[in-house]
Design a protein. Structure first.
Length: 386
């Protein structure tokens, strides 16, 4: 039976502009019409009540949520993440690994390779391999003992284990084999993202010339900006070829630092991420990340030495923070939460509310609270609270 949904009375955000009292018609998981006064009958009708209708959020960098972590390497862990993410408006994500023993990474990749999303869940688009090819000087919460230089043979074995699902790799370009590895990733259509790096600005420029296209969680675990050596932060901000991820919980980065990134990179080259770990959505307490104990408070997650260990941020709160603090327009919100990530990953069917694309849609009220999330044409979350 054909499944159809008609969204009405929305502030519909499209690449061409914002439609007041706009409508979206969805059929069998695909956007069929976007406009005003759509003359179609649907199985299901959703009144957006004037709220914002945006493409579903894409979280390129998330380790876990609701007690689950990608490195648990179980189907249950990925199912849990896919189940809970629509609540925050996320309709697709990259399952993000972290630096661990090679066999632990391989087990997580094999698990991700065979995972399939169910109706109404956030879709796992593939894997973001964060580490182990990073700088020991900028390890952050990545365990030092497993950090190593880029190894093409090891990567090929991991990609085989993942059945080709590694879509993005975070690495430090200045480490041995860094530039050659970036060229390899670029040739294979994989996003090379510079992070956990002690690179100079010259090394960042070389990496961009080699094919790097992104910076991982801008500001965090990067060589700092100095007026005589702008470092990795300066490179991430100034090199036009690079998009920059940012964690806008205002703990990982000061609100003014996020504003600086927005002003310099612009809405076309900034990507909101959560970098969330398993405690997202749970009570404060003791958890783990990559086998390391993590203390989680009401606001953040830290290792015993105080190092930030991922976040407990939701995409919904990321959006609220940047809109309230920076005054970002709905059109720009759609870019930094979905459109830019889709472009980076080469996703031609996601990232905007356009006829023919996947019906991944989030409806938020005027306070930017998620009211409905539609994943592939199926309602995955509904908030009926007034």
């Amino acid at each position: 039976m054909t499944q159809t949904i008609l969204l009405t009375n929305g502030t519909v955000v499209t690449p061409d502009g914002v439609l007041d009292k706009g409508e979206v018609f969805i059929e069998d998981g695909v956007i069929r019409e976007v406009g005003i006064s759509i003359q179609r009958v649907a199985n299901q009708q959703i009144d957006a009540r004037g709220g914002y209708v945006l493409p579903g959020f894409i979280d390129m960098h998330i380790h876990g949520a609701a007690g689950a972590d990608v490195m648990d390497a179980t189907e249950e862990a990925l199912q849990t993440m896919a189940d809970v993410l629509p609540k925050e408006g996320t309709t697709s994500f990259l399952a993000t690994s972290m630096t661990q023993a090679p066999e632990a990474i391989e087990t997580a990749l094999k698990n991700a390779a065979v995972f399939t999303t169910k109706a109404g869940q956030a879709q796992m688009l593939g894997v973001h391999l964060e580490g182990p090819f990073v700088s020991q000087k900028r390890a952050g919460a990545q365990p030092l003992e497993y950090i190593c230089p880029p190894d093409a043979e090891q990567f090929d074995a991991w990609q085989q284990a993942a059945q080709g699902k590694i879509r993005m790799v975070t690495l430090a370009p200045e480490v041995p084999n860094g530039l050659a590895f970036i060229r390899k990733l670029s040739a294979e259509g994989i996003v090379a993202s510079m992070g956990h790096t002690d690179a100079t600005i010259a090394q960042m420029e070389e990496a961009a010339q080699a094919g790097a296209v992104q910076a991982t969680h801008l500001y965090n675990q990067m060589s700092p900006f100095h007026h005589r050596e702008p470092g990795a932060i300066g490179g991430a901000l100034l090199i036009d070829e690079l998009c920059a991820e940012v964690i806008p919980d205002f703990i990982h980065s000061h609100p003014k630092a996020v504003e600086l990134a927005y002003r310099v990179k612009g809405a076309d080259r900034l990507i909101l991420i959560t970098d969330a770990m398993r405690a997202k959505g749970l009570e404060p307490g003791e958890y783990d990340l990559g086998g390391q104990p993590v203390h989680v408070s009401e606001t953040d997650a830290r290792l015993s030495d105080g190092t930030l260990a991922g976040s407990i941020l939701t995409m919904e709160h990321a959006v609220k923070n940047v809109v309230r603090t920076l005054g970002i327009s709905p059109l720009d919100v759609a870019k930094i939460t979905s459109g830019n990530a889709a472009r980076q990953l080469g996703l031609t069917k996601k990232g905007s509310l356009v006829v023919g694309k996947d019906a991944d849609v989030v409806i938020l009220d005027k306070e930017w609270t998620v009211k409905h999330t539609i994943c592939g044409g199926v309602v995955g979350y509904e908030n009926n609270e007034e």
